[in-house]
Design a protein around this ligand. Sequence first.
Ligand SMILES: Cc1ncc(COP(=O)(O)O)c(C=O)c1O
Length: 396
Amino acid sequence: MNYKISDKFKNLKPSAIREIFKSLGAPGAISFAAGNPNPDSFPVSDMRRIADEIFSNESVAALQYGITEGYTPLRKLVSERLKRVYNIGGPEDDLIIVTGGQQGIELTCKVMCNEGDVVLCEDPSFIGALNAFRSLGAKLVGVPLEEDGIDLAALEAALKANPRAKFLYTIPTFQNPAGITTSLEKRRAVLALAKKYDILILEDNPYGDLRFTGEDVPTYKSMDDEGRVLYCGSFSKVLSAGMRIGFLCADKDIISKIVVAKQVEDVHTNNFFQMICAKYIEQCDLEAHIAEIREMYRKKAGLMISALEKYMPEGVSFTRPEGGIFLWCSLPEGLSLDEFVARAGEKNVFVVPGTAFSPDPEAPNHSFRLNYSMPTDEEIDRGIKILADIARDMID
Ligand SMILES: Cc1ncc(COP(=O)(O)O)c(C=O)c1O
């Protein structure tokens, strides 16, 4: 058959990361490619007990259709935690449970953008969001990231050049892929620019709970007093990614439209896991659990940074994240990223090339993403040494 795939989808490539996963089965493979939380962070025994309890006492609620906005006890618990931990949520705000933050991002674009509308995003940015925007016919305009967040001059130039920009998609805290956290000064300046050019901000914060060093920085949403910021969060990195539970907090006028869009997509998020998530928060100590994850990632990030410092040749630079699960490594300009990634793959070490995270995948790129949440301590040291040897060989 000669299938006539839609214009929107015919040029959309599968996620480079999911493709790399296919090569990971080889014995001895070291993957710095995934974005997965470490499985030691899954509270399995608590969840098993809670699952039993749900099927013993509330099986109908778990197995029947639910409401699109989400399981009411979970919505309340998430709203309370957002207020308590992040000072998020005013009288005009509402909150919907979504099927992973991924769906919150996609639904936002679906509800806000007409085909051809511009979405501004950091360059590099989260591939899942970029592909969601692409799949909806939005035009991506990337704004370079600096060490302390988005480049303000470039953002203003992009805003001037794109009067049809609908929103800025940003991951201000422990950014995926760069591991960068936007400073408070920049956050204030970005909010001021958003106001000046009258665009919305979609703040994506799935890693915000995972700070292992430094001081918290207020979220955009907590600084917004006019309903300009939509805030997307997730339990993927603190409880379980397979549970697929995220949330979107925004002005109720937007959430009411998101509810309609979600009804079309999947009616509601899986009840059983919403109930597990709610009961976990009620019965267990989520904050203590998160503190343990932070400690695990603090150690792993520290090991990776030490290995990079020890082995990488001069000319290779890398970010030093204060939380989250990624750092961003840049080869000297002029070195072939494709060759580097291919040679690493031949040695059974997998990284994701920066091109995968670029709003413009054809643009020259000499960076790659390193994940430290998944590899073992031994793999971190051995894998970074292999990468460093390849970089040195290519530089010499
Ligand atoms: C920046 C960012 N946003 C959103 C997501 C989506 O997470 P989920 O759909 O699992 O909540 C991810 C997942 O890796 C991410 O890195």
